[in-house]
Design a protein. Structure first.
Lengths: 427, 491, 259
């Protein structure tokens, strides 16, 4: 059939190492510079917004230079020593541009950031590309032996670069996430209602004191607590039996019932806002806690049923069967055996119902329009309505309200993910 | 004779300059809202620059201003360069006209005083902060450029003491509807149970009872409102005649489609949803991959920090971002710029999209993380042996295998984003507005529906909008699922 | 086509655990070598080091005259069959076979026509011509294994590596595939390194076996030679005694009629 396949097999050389070896530094630079170019574009945008002509010009130059460096880096190969020299030269040019750009001295944090992203890549490029190892490679004098050594060295260098890169990327992401939080902390602790100014110039507790002693704040809190606890209790009371039934029983209409729960998830809440409002109004449930509790329980119901069903599915049937054999009837099994076992899952579901009700804004805004029945979300938002810009108080209240929520969420997020992915993502 | 004629002529010609304006009509309406009174006045002649209107209030008829309090003033002057806030943006809404019945919002100077151009004849101000529930007297004093001041006769009014609407609607039809639905559900469940019992399936004796409360709640509190909403969309239900409404066919739907700005708001909603979902998934994927390596030090610290936008209640985050983007806020400090993004339609659009991206990334990151970890590891090793480089492994192996997870995720994300009320409402409330009657420049469909329903009170039309939105979503979801073969079973 | 040599190859983990200790082994051109040993003896680790999927702590591995210590797997001219087949689940059989081929760059790159020919030939060689458009989940275990084999062979590698490829198959299929694999090796003539813990597989497939235990090479040589002249007690117990037991059982069952 197929005889000696030497003619079809790929050509292999014994100096494999030298053919395959590229210094890790070059590979890293090739990955780095596209990002440098992107950040240069961001800097350019900022300078345009600042309307600083000089910096706009030098920033555009910087972009061009970075693109040239990137091109050269990709063309760089063994025996292309002059390209290597070109990289050094142009990186030097980039450095010069850098220095010129910031002759006036960076003033604020973001200037330092932009400076760093122009300075360090150029310095790194010059430094790495002039290393003896790279010089050897670029000048075409690479022997197989040195290539093998290079490959060995690449291992640890690549690992190191990879780690650094990951950390840099993640740090940027975290900074983006954390910026508003730091700022609101600053506003909460600064006197007055000014939004700007330096960070943590002067620290005062006046806003916290004001909020904590304000009657409205406690009214809002009371309302939120009542509504959230009510939602949790009602929601669980509805969801636990239903989740259990879906998990354990096969009955006529089961699939339709499950589908209807899914369908309801898909109705965006706002679609039924108007009829909801009118129904509540007709029943006299506007501006009450009961109205919100009813509305929230039903909104949270599908998720709770889903999570609890998922949990019940994991409880082995043998446990129940043993109890049934022992003479308990089905109801007893449910109350005496299953429920106590499922306390952890019930606790997590309860927590998320509670949080969902605690954080809900739209329905509370629509249903409870009188100040005494405001829940915390609506109340906090009213602190910065167009009639009063009490940013300091708002900041303090936000921190007070968010902190327990965030802590609880972080502790229990793992369970939520598991609960959601048990059925959700896999569709 | 000639001199007398010239004198009389010049007197007549110069008369307008010296003519002092006087208040000719003054009306007040206390039924406009909690602690609010609407005051409308007009002068007998076009006002000149330098005229000042002062609004005075007192518990007794105002004869002199000594025993009264000045509420606010409106000046007649040069309005170029001044801001002209929309109705609802300022606490005391004021409008003016030139006697032609067309009301225009006033300008505000740096102190917040209302300014109207010269030639103004009528002014309409909704005064806030009026003590409620008691009879008060209001008067307007005109201070002419010549410093002559003329006080109008006072007019009495009283603002409402509570902000509940006075309309009462009948409860019984609703109770009837709810009752009948509940009853039918219970009967249905019993029938199902009986049918199962007949066929001898004893394990399910209690099943229907167990799910009964949940299904009942679902039907009464979700399916019923949905059906009611659909019915509403065919009626002319309105704030003024609720309970009296009659079916008007598809008139509401026609109103919806012919609203100026219908395409604009739909277009922006689509743009908003698509850009957001793309960014959520894109960044979520990048971050999930960055967090995916096992020997990353501080991995859980990073992950916890990156979860924060999800953990913090969204309304708080949105309001915080609003503060940041204010001209006086941290964004300008941080970037060293001087931007007022929220006041510009396109700037505001970019801002709200950025804020929603910030909010939505963590959820996608976590979901994709889970999906990433479920991918078979050994296929990557086989690919390494096959000589496939890192980038190609990501593109040809990771992405296609993530598709089965990304499709439902992106659909879910699209639907959620499409109806994301909090961000738009709390950041810009749909503004800066481009026109009064329709959606503003950052309105998405549901924030506009909210305005229609609760600011204009047009419940029927709002219900029609809701139906239209829902149909849009259904059509989109259907075509999306079809196109991506999401129903194809995966492993 | 090429020889493979291990010189003082050691694999040590960060916690101090040594998986492979000072392995010295030469594999001749075109030879079928089986690495045999109990679980955890380091045979898979050795194979993976040869493949480039594990780093080498000390020593040298050469394919031909080229030292391949830190070369990426794709550069070594090898093909590998994994125990779990590791097929690309979202690609058809045809794409699974040819993915690596199509992604090649540089002087090894094949034209579309050449690729099609190779696909057709490899599929015919392995009896997969009817299944080319199917996805892995639509195939049986045996078929999947053959796709894995085809993927490894399509590039006509210099060295073929197999990591317990038959463990997931049922007994009859295993027998069939054993014959197939040996036949393919004889026809194509490439150096093959095969890892297994099954003594029978080793004895029937190998030109030479190398027995490992706890990271150390115990003995190597042609199968019958090792069987007849075990150099230590471990081999006696693991290989000889085990085989003898099987033979005795067979004799007892069939009373002298065995094959």
């Amino acid at each position: 059939m197929i005889g000696s396949e030497k003619s079809l097999s790929p050509v292999f050389h014994d100096d494999l190492a030298s053919r395959w070896y590229i210094p890790a530094e070059v590979e890293s630079l090739r990955s780095l510079y596209p990002i440098v170019v992107m950040i240069n574009f961001v800097s350019l945008a900022i300078f345009i917004l600042r309307e600083d002509q000089d910096l706009i010009f030098s920033s555009s130059m910087q972009i061009v230079v970075s693109l040239v460096i990137l091109l050269l880096l990709y063309k760089l190969d063994q025996g292309q020593r002059f390209i290597r020299d070109g990289v050094i030269a142009i990186s030097g040019l980039s450095l010069l541009l850098c220095v010129l750009q910031f002759l006036s001295g960076p003033q604020i944090i973001i200037d330092y950031w932009m400076l760093g992203w122009s300075l360090f890549p150029s310095l790194f490029a010059i430094y790495s590309v002039s290393k003896p190892i790279v010089t050897l490679w670029a000048s075409g004098n690479q022997t197989t032996r040195s290539a093998e050594l290079g490959l060995y060295r690449n291992r640890s260098v690549n690992r190191f670069h990879g780690k650094v890169f990951r950390h840099v990327a993640l740090t940027h992401a975290v900074a983006f996430v954390v910026l508003p939080i730091l700022w609101i902390l600053d506003v909460a602790l600064s006197p007055g209602n000014s939004l700007g100014g330096g960070f943590f110039d002067s620290v005062t507790m006046e806003h916290f004191n004001h909020i904590l002693s304000s009657e409205s704040f406690w009214i809002w809190t009371r309302n939120s607590v009542i509504v959230s606890i009510g939602t949790t209790i009602l929601g669980l009371a509805l969801a636990i039996p239903a989740g259990y039934a879906f998990s354990r029983f096969k009955f006529r209409g089961r699939d339709y019932a499950m589908f209807s729960f899914l369908l309801v998830q898909m109705f965006p809440g706002v679609i039924i806002l108007v009829p909801y409002f009118l129904v509540m109004k007709a029943l006299g449930l506007l501006n009450t806690s009961v109205g919100l509790i009813l509305a929230y329980s039903v909104t949270a119901l599908p998720l709770c049923v889903w999570m609890l069903k998922g949990f019940f599915d994991t409880v082995p049937k043998e446990l129940e069967e043993a109890a049934l054999v022992d003479g308990c009837n089905q109801n007893n099994v449910f109350w005496r055996i299953i429920l106590p076992l499922s306390l952890p899952a019930v606790a997590v579901t309860a927590l998320f119902s509670f949080l969902a009700a605690w954080n809900e804004f739209l329905l509370a805004l629509t249903f409870n329009t009188s100040e005494e029945m405001y829940t915390l979300p609506v109340g906090l938002a009213s602190l910065i309505s167009s009639t009063g810009q009490a940013w300091g108080d708002f900041a303090a209240a936000s921190l007070l309200v968010s902190l327990p929520v965030v802590v609880l969420f972080v502790i229990f997020q793992r369970f939520l993910i598991e609960g959601l992915s048990a059925g959700g993502v896999k569709g | 004779m000639k001199r007398a004629f010239i004198a009389i002529l010049s007197f007549i010609l110069l008369l307008p300059i010296y003519q002092a304006s006087e208040i000719s009509t003054l009306e007040a309406d206390g039924d406009v809202g909690y602690r609010q009174v609407e005051l409308i006045w007009s002068t007998d002649s076009p006002t000149q620059e330098g005229t000042i209107f002062q609004i005075w209030m007192s518990n007794e008829t105002i004869i002199e201003t000594i025993n009264a309090t000045m509420h606010s003033q409106v000046t007649v002057g040069n309005t170029s360069g001044l801001i002209q806030p929309e109705i609802g943006e300022w606490y005391d809404d004021c409008t003016y006209n030139f006697g032609d019945g067309k009301w225009i919002p006033v300008y505000r100077d740096l102190d917040g005083t209302a300014v109207v151009p010269s030639e103004t004849i009528g002014v309409n101000c909704t005064l806030t902060g009026i003590p409620p529930g008691i009879e008060i007297y209001l008067a307007v004093m005109v201070i002419n450029p010549s410093n002559e001041s003329i006080l109008s006769p006072s007019i009495s009014s009283s603002s409402t003491s509570s902000d509940e609407e006075i309309i009462v609607i009948e409860t019984s039809p609703y109770i009837f509807a709810i009752g009948s639905i509940a009853l039918s559900v219970i009967i249905l469940l019993f029938i199902l149970r009986w049918m199962d019992y007949r066929e001898g399936k004893t394990t399910s004796r209690f099943a229907h009872i167990y799910i009964a409360p949940a299904i009942l709640a679902l039907s009464v509190l979700t399916f019923y409102p949905v059906l009611y909403g659909i019915w509403l969309s065919f009626t002319n239900a309105d704030q003024s005649y609720l309970g009296d409404q009659s079916i008007i066919g598809i008139e509401n739907f026609i109103t919806v489609i012919s609203t100026s700005g219908f395409f604009r708001v739909t277009g922006f909603t689509l743009l908003w949803s698509i850009v957001n979902v793309a960014a959520h998934i894109g960044f979520g994927l990048l971050l999930a991959m960055a967090l995916n390596s096992n020997d990353l030090r501080g991995r859980s610290a990073y992950r916890t920090a990156l979860l924060l936008p999800w953990a913090i209640p969204s309304y708080i985050s949105v309001l915080v971002w609003r503060g940041l983007y204010e001209p006086a806020g941290a964004l300008n400090d941080f970037l060293g710029t001087d931007l007022n993004l929220l006041a510009d339609p396109n700037g505001a659009r970019i801002v709200v999209i950025l804020v929603n991206i910030w909010l939505g990334i963590p959820f996608m990151m976590m979901s994709i993380s889970g999906a990433l970890q479920a991918l078979p590891k050994d296929m990557y090793e086989a690919a390494e042996v096959d000589g496939i480089n890192k980038f190609s492994r990501f593109f040809y192996l990771t992405l296609p295998n993530l598709k089965s997870a990304l499709v439902p995720l992106s659909l879910l994300g699209f639907i959620w984003t499409f109806n994301m009320f909090n961000v738009i409402y709390l950041m810009t409330d749909g503004g800066p507005n481009l026109d009064f009657d329709g959606p503003g420049s950052t309105d998405i469909l549901i924030t506009y529906v909210y305005d229609v329903a609760f600011r204009e009170g047009a419940y029927g039309v709002a219900a029609a909008w809701s139906v239209v939105i829902f149909l849009m979503l259904v059509v989109f979801s259907w075509t999306y699922m079809k196109k991506t073969n999401a129903t194809e079973a995966v492993t | 086509m090429v020889s493979v040599s291990f010189r003082n190859v050691t694999k040590q983990y960060e916690n101090g655990f040594t998986a492979v200790n000072e392995l010295n082994l030469e594999i001749n051109d075109g030879e079928f070598l089986v690495l045999l040993g109990p679980s955890g003896c380091g045979k898979s680790t050795t194979l993976r080091m040869l493949a480039g999927l594990e780093d080498i702590s000390k020593g040298e591995i050469s394919i031909g005259s080229a030292k391949v210590n830190d070369l990426p797997p794709g550069a070594r001219g090898i093909g590998m069959v994994f125990q779990s087949y590791a097929l690309y689940p979202h690609m058809s059989v045809e794409d699974n076979l040819s993915f690596g081929l199509k992604m090649m760059k540089g002087e090894g790159r094949k034209s579309d026509d050449e690729v099609s020919i190779l696909i057709a030939e490899t599929a015919a060689m392995l009896g997969l011509s009817e299944e080319l458009q199917k996805k892995p989940k639509q195939l049986s275990g045996g078929q999947r294994q053959r796709v894995a084999l085809g993927r490894a062979l399509i590039k006509r590698p210099r060295v073929l590596l197999m990591d317990e490829p038959l463990s997931n198959l049922d007994a009859e299929l295993r027998q069939q595939m054993r014959v197939e694999i040996r036949r393919l090796h004889d026809e194509l003539g490439m150096t093959t390194v095969y890892v297994t813990h099954d003594q029978i597989e080793a004895m029937t497939l190998a030109d030479r076996i190398a027995v490992l235990n706890e990271g150390e090479l115990q003995q190597h040589g042609p199968p019958m030679e090792v069987y007849r002249n075990p150099t230590n007690q471990f081999i006696e117990g693991f290989l000889c005694a085990h085989l003898n037991e099987i033979v005795d059982t067979a004799n007892a069952l069939f009373g002298g009629e065995e094959e």
